[in-house]
Design a binder for this molecule. Structure first.
Ligand code: KIV
Length: 281
């Protein structure tokens, strides 16, 4: 099957083939993601850490998401793009609809992602009723970092596993098109994947999900520190730092810019300038 163009096509990939997601936060990242053939671009609120230098996702605003998602749309005009709703922008169904509506109207993207289970089921129903596609997010949901007391793997006890499964089923009843499963044991993720009718997209959730998402910077080795579950597919940070160091050295030693990378003037025009204008200005 071709790359999905919308949330319905994301949903339809369940049981057909695995799907690939990547985050992106700006125009060039989005263009590279589209060029790679990855299925879905997620404008994650991990923007807060990867791009804005915050310690976590909580300071990210709706305006930040709209600003960056608009750039991602321009960079990836042919991709299916899902945008995270930031912390405290979906505490009621009405708030969720108003804010998600702004994201869809301004950014022309295909859907939004919300963190949480039964707690946000009414919000998901309200969004789906207004024809706004929704992706869910369960497990280690970063907007709840203070409830978890840190970024800790979730669903490690039987009760917590049962709660996660009920949350996933409730989100499906509410109408989500897919569910991101983050930071949970692999066998729990596989079990949920077998139980629910929509695709599960894993991150730190093992190999048994219907798809995989990674943070752009982690995927290509741009991040300074990597989570345990990521093995980078490129060494972009080392490549970039090496390039910048070579540039600095070339300028300091005078080997850059050289003749081949300079603009030149004819001898004749230079002589005319010297004769007619030198010292007269
Ligand atoms: O914000 C984000 O990048 C995410 C992914 C980690 C799933 O939500």
């Amino acid at each position: 099957m071709e790359r999905p163009r919308n949330a319905q096509e994301i949903r339809a990939l369940k049981g057909v083939r695995r799907q690939t997601w990547i985050t992106a936060y700006d125009y060039p990242q989005a263009a590279m993601a589209e060029a790679s053939g990855i299925d879905v671009i997620l404008v994650g609120d991990s923007l807060g850490m990867t791009t804005l230098g915050y310690a976590n996702t909580l300071p990210v605003t709706l305006e930040d998401m709209i600003h960056h998602a608009s750039a991602v749309r321009r960079g990836a005009p042919n991709s299916c793009i899902i945008v995270d709703m930031p912390f405290l922008t979906y505490t009621t169904p009405l708030e969720a609809v108003v804010h998600a509506g702004r994201i869809l109207q301004h950014c022309q993207v295909e859907g939004v992602k919300l963190e949480g289970g039964r707690r946000i089921a009414a919000q998901v129903e309200a969004l789906v009723n207004e024809a706004i596609p929704v992706v869910g997010h369960l497990g280690l949901t970063p907007q709840s970092v203070h409830r978890f007391g840190g970024y800790r793997v979730q669903a490690r006890q039987a009760e917590a596993i049962a709660t996660l499964i009920e949350d996933a089923e409730r989100l499906c009843e509410a109408g989500v098109s897919a569910i991101v499963l983050e930071g949970i044991p692999d066998r729990v993720a596989s079990y949920v994947t077998d139980r629910i009718p929509v695709p599960t997209i894993g991150i730190g959730a093992g190999r048994g999900t219907d798809g995989q998402v990674l943070v752009f910077h982690d995927c290509i080795g741009l991040s300074e520190r990597l989570p345990k579950f990521v093995s980078p597919f490129a060494q972009a940070r080392a490549t970039i730092v090496e390039g910048l160091t070579r540039y600095r050295d070339a300028v300091l030693t005078g080997s850059f810019p050289d003749d081949a990378h300079s603009y030149h003037l004819s001898e004749q025009e230079w002589e005319r300038f010297m004769k007619e204008f030198d010292g007269k200005a």
